[in-house]
Design a protein around this ligand. Structure first.
Ligand code: FUC
Length: 820
């Protein structure tokens, strides 16, 4: 082919592309599309894309595109830990004051002497912004932008000066680059200026078709900013010209422009920051640059869908689903848009896939999306609820591998937490308090009132054990058992015999972020033997003993933790018929605090079963009624899960309706922003993940000796279908229902063994037998005999439970059973 022919071929190819572009201007919203008819006016209207490592928030203005950029390892400060080596004598004094019931003195001493050491954690920070400025002369029309969570791509299109323009975006999972393609339906129409900017910028240069930014994480609370990073944005054009100036690239009269953007830092792990960020960034870019936009997109979509497509949910659809997403949020409470629940559920899965990938950092308070130098609570890891909530949907919604960053963080913390255990508590093993960051700090954060809570390790280890229960991955358990054992060793050493009942308690501690009123009407948080701590240590000891048995190891150690476990305080039912939050009956029915820590035993724990501990179950219900529905984002999400576990689908659904309402509106302190992000406010991602988990818990539960199908189906979901949800024991479930009755049911068994099923309506199905024996499945032997309860109330407890039926299905490893 001679040069002229080549030119003609190139032109033809371009025109074909343009034709494809204009054809796709036809709005193709799918059930998985968030879409809008206006650009984002603020961050909470912008749309999130990400691949676990890098991420963007797309604003979509026709005249000035802004993509706010994130890279998961750009944090303030540098390697450090916040261990307070002078704390031990004060911890002992606070403990002794608590023994003497001198609560106010205990609080005063703790506030004064157990302050954060050095800092309260470092902030997660933005990388900067990519700007693309277009010199449109006249007003634009036909505006449309969307995010398709079915294939993890976003688009913007509009008409300006008679031309139809289109932008497409994604962050490639396999290639780790952000891609932007700019097209128009006529040749030579792409004229714009691309630039980078960052408040953390140290230097910037542009040459050829590339802009390079050098940046550094902030100094913060006495810690020097040690993170170094680069962002490189490279444009490939067809037709036209590209000219570099000092900080950007001007593109003139191109047919199309494709931007390849990469970012990387010097972060290797919490104690090693020796990588070369520029080389890393260039490597990503150089590898991707040889591939076309479409090639990269195909590989990206394929990678993404291997996760996303594992679960589908259908709760029905109405014409309301054709409205813009902001309109749908506004109108959701009228009950005519069941498909929005499906979209919200899948959006939670989308966010986890895009913010937590093996090798990345775990999803923080904002996942991976943060536009500030210092977001709310530093956008770090709060481990007294929020970090754990982020991972509630990972096993149940079939995204098990995405827990890997959390597991790796727990491994790091089991190393840094050794200093905290030994220096602050004179104990073996490892411990941490209620916050951590990329440097894996384990000391007290924010002050003793909130931060004197040394029980996080027990909660985090539940995620390791649960991963095993869902997957049966013995190799994983073997790898992580030493961490669980280390957490248990800490509690073996610090458990303290309180003088009242001679129970073993964690002391001092708090019921996360909550306070009780002393006789002098002073709010005090420090305490001992809080219900949540008792449940967490009980759960940890149980998991460690069972893990040791599974691995056929450490019998003597397992026996010793079980013996200590029997000396932990029992759960107590207080004078209002509530589950007590503290060792003493200090609860008040007027208390509407957002944390419901003592209800951990019901969810996410499995220590309160309606069938085995109906009185405790009823007490949880009373507590939750007293606490009320109104709360901030994540708290509402927790309550959805709790009402699902209380088998009250309508109440759970009512909370979903509160959550999916405009932020700042009816739900007061919670609600949903236009971009479907949950409002704490401001945005905090845990509410998204928690709600996705809650919807799952309404459809399927597997923590209580059986797979409970449709345990909390609300009246609003009379008919539906779900496939791919996972249950403990290695099962996955597909089912459809109508009038609350299961009409089809298929179970896949990855591990074999008996599959015990519980349903609220009798069913007949292939291979099902009425359940018999007390040995449902090896993985189900979780619940230990109910611990004795102490009751301080004569109030009759409402123990009415729905009638349910139990069946057994014998399964073989790797087989699928079409039951109905
Ligand atoms: C805990 C909560 C707050 C917020 C913060 C990140 O402190 O009590 O509500 O979620 O974490």
């Amino acid at each position: 082919m001679n040069r002229n022919n080549l030119m003609v071929a190139r032109r033809l190819f371009t025109l074909l592309l343009i034709c494809l572009t204009s054809c796709s201007l036809v709005k193709a919203q799918s059930r998985y599309t968030l879409w809008y008819d206006k650009p984002a006016a603020n961050w909470n209207q912008a749309l999130p894309i990400g691949n676990g490592y890098i991420a963007g928030m797309i604003f979509g203005s026709p005249e000035q595109e802004r993509i706010q950029l994130n890279e998961c390892t750009i944090w303030g400060g540098g390697p450090n830990n916040t261990v307070d080596s002078a704390a031990l004598p004060y911890i002992k004094q606070v403990r002794s004051l608590l023994d003497q019931k001198k609560y106010e003195e205990a609080q005063l001493l703790a506030n004064k002497k157990l302050e954060p050491k050095g800092n309260s954690g470092m902030p997660y920070q933005l990388a900067g912004n990519l700007y693309i400025i277009f010199p449109h002369q006249n007003a634009t029309s036909n505006y449309y932008r969307d995010l398709n969570i079915g294939n993890a791509t976003a688009t913007v299109h509009y008409t300006a000066d008679g031309i139809n323009y289109k932008r497409e975006f994604f962050t490639s999972f396999p290639a780790n680059v952000m891609m932007v393609r700019l097209t128009a339906d006529k040749p030579c129409m792409i004229t714009c200026r691309m630039s980078l900017q960052s408040p953390l910028q140290q230097n910037i240069s542009a040459s050829g078709k590339e802009v390079t930014l050098w940046g550094a994480g902030s100094n913060h609370e006495g810690q020097k900013g040690k993170i170094r990073f680069n962002v490189i944005s490279h444009v490939k054009i067809s037709g036209g010209t590209a000219t570099a100036d000092s900080s950007g690239i001007s593109i003139s009269r191109a047919d199309t422009a494709v931007i390849y953007l990469a970012m990387a830092t010097n972060f290797v792990n919490y104690h090693n920051i020796s990588a070369d960020p520029l080389k890393r960034t260039q490597d990503f870019l150089n590898t991707a640059y040889h591939k076309s936009f479409n090639e990269l997109k195909d590989a990206h979509v394929k990678f993404y869908q291997q996760y996303f497509n594992r679960v589908s949910l259908d709760l029905g659809s109405t014409p309301a689903a054709r409205q813009t997403t902001d309109t749908r949020i506004r109108d959701f409470a009228n009950g005519r848009d069941p498909q929005l629940v499906e979209l919200y559920f899948q959006f939670g899965r989308y966010l986890l896939i895009c913010s937590s990938q093996p090798g990345s950092q775990p999803a923080n308070l904002q996942g991976i999306w943060n536009g500030d130098l210092k977001g709310a609570w530093d956008s770090k890891y709060t481990v007294n609820i929020n970090t754990e909530m982020n991972y509630w949907p990972s096993e149940t919604t079939n995204l098990s591998e995405l827990g890997t960053p959390l597991f790796s963080m727990i491994r790091d913390l089991s190393e840094t937490g050794r200093q905290t255990a030994s220096q602050m508590y004179n104990a073996r093993g490892w411990a941490m308090h209620h916050n951590t960051d990329i440097w894996r700090i384990t000391g007290i954060v924010d002050g003793a009132f909130w931060g004197l809570w040394p029980t996080a390790s027990a909660w985090l280890c539940q995620h390791l054990w649960e991963h095993y229960l869902f997957t049966g991955d013995r190799q994983f358990l073997k790898q992580y058992y030493p961490l669980m054992k280390g957490a248990a060793q800490y509690f073996i050493d610090v458990l303290h015999e309180e003088p009242g009942h001679h129970w073993l308690v964690v002391s001092p501690s708090v019921s996360p972020e909550h306070e009780y009123m002393t006789v002098n009407k002073t709010g005090v948080s420090v305490s001992q033997g809080t219900t949540m701590d008792n449940q967490l240590v009980y759960g940890l000891f149980t998991a460690v003993a069972k893990a040791a048995a599974e691995l056929k190891t450490d019998k003597a150690f397992a026996d010793s933790v079980l013996s200590l476990r029997s000396k932990l305080p029992p759960m107590q039912i207080g004078k209002y018929g509530q589950l007590q939050e503290w060792l003493e009956d200090w609860d008040s029915p007027e208390d509407h605090h957002r944390h419901v820590s003592h209800l951990y035993g019901l969810f996410p724990g499995n220590q309160i079963s309606p069938f085995r501990q109906p009185e405790l179950f009823a007490a949880v219900r009373n507590s939750l009624i007293y606490r009320g529905d109104v709360s901030t984002g994540w708290s509402m999400a927790w309550k959805i899960n709790l009402w699902a576990r209380l088998l009250d689908g309508n109440h759970a659904y009512k909370l979903i309706t509160d959550q999916i309402s405009p932020a700042g509106g009816r739900a007061e302190s919670g609600g949903t922003y236009t971009n479907l992000f949950d409002a704490h406010p401001p945005f905090q991602i845990d509410g998204n993940f928690g709600c996705t988990s809650g919807i799952t818990e309404m459809l399927l539960q597997s923590h209580d000796g059986a797979i409970y199908l449709l345990p909390a189906l609300p009246d609003a979901w009379g008919k539906g279908h779900v496939s791919g949800l996972r249950a403990r024991g290695g099962f996955s479930v597909d089912m459809a229902w109508e009038d609350h009755k299961i009409t089809s049911l298929t179970i896949h068994s990855a591990l074999g063994g008996n599959c015990r099923i519980r349903v609220n309506n009798a069913i007949k199905g292939l291979g099902l037998k009425s359940a018999s024996g007390n040995n449902p499945n090896a993985f189900y032997q979780l619940l230990d005999p109910a611990k004795p309860i102490i009751k301080h109330s004569d109030q009759p407890l409402d123990n009415k439970l729905p009638q349910s039926w139990l069946y057994d299905l014998k399964t073989e490893k790797g087989r699928t059973y079409k039951i109905i």
